[in-house]
Design a protein around this ligand. Structure first.
Ligand code: ZN
Length: 192
């Protein structure tokens, strides 16, 4: 796993594609939670679930099907949300959840990610894995190599995410400016 805060940061940066002032904050909070939820599978260790199992760590909850199911559930709950269409909401929650597996596949430890579960439980890594893996136990995170882990996440997750979000917002603000209708002056309503 990467750290939950880095998963959330990446998910929020994707939110730049859907940002509008009318979108309520709960949408961004939901996306951040969606990006962290896949790691709840680590609870399975306490109950004897093995790492490589279907329900094991980086198993089904890290798959694209799970991302679609979670996105569908969130879209259903938030179906009356203003400022964002249901399809955009679904896509955003899907990408936020799926981004978790993608970032995990960039880490240098553990088993790979079961992107294709439940159809195929094979585990995958990306060919390029610059992010140091974070320990599952929080106590170990704070006692071991925390600075080194955060450093790689800062370089390979936070920085690209921030650049991505700023670039998207810059492009979108240009498009918005281009679409602004000229203010009509001299109409009947403006006469005093
Ligand atoms: Zn994970």
């Amino acid at each position: 796993m990467a750290t939950p805060i880095s998963h959330a940061f990446a998910a929020l940066s994707v939110g730049s594609c859907f940002y509008r002032t009318a979108v309520p904050k709960r949408v961004w909070v939901a996306a951040a939670l969606c990006s962290a939820i896949p790691d709840l599978d680590a609870i399975g260790f306490r109950f004897g679930v093995r790492y490589g199992d279907f329900w094991g760590h980086r198993g089904f909850t890290h798959s694209l099907v799970f991302a679609a199911l979670l996105a569908g559930a969130v879209t259903l709950v938030f179906r009356h949300t203003v400022g964002i269409t249901r399809i955009s909401l679904f896509i955003y929650m899907f990408v936020a959840t799926a981004s978790h597996g993608l970032l995990d596949a960039m880490t240098n430890g553990g088993l790979g990610v079961a992107f294709l579960a439940p159809f195929d439980n094979q585990r995958f890594f990306l060919p390029w894995r610059p992010v140091r893996v974070s320990p599952i136990a929080v106590s170990r995170f704070f006692s071991l190599r925390a600075i080194g882990i955060l450093k790689t996440e800062l370089i390979w997750i936070w920085l690209p995410s921030a650049v991505f979000a700023l670039a998207v917002l810059a492009v979108r603000s240009k498009l918005w400016a281009g679409n602004e209708k000229p203010v009509k002056v001299g109409g009947a309503g403006n006469r005093t």
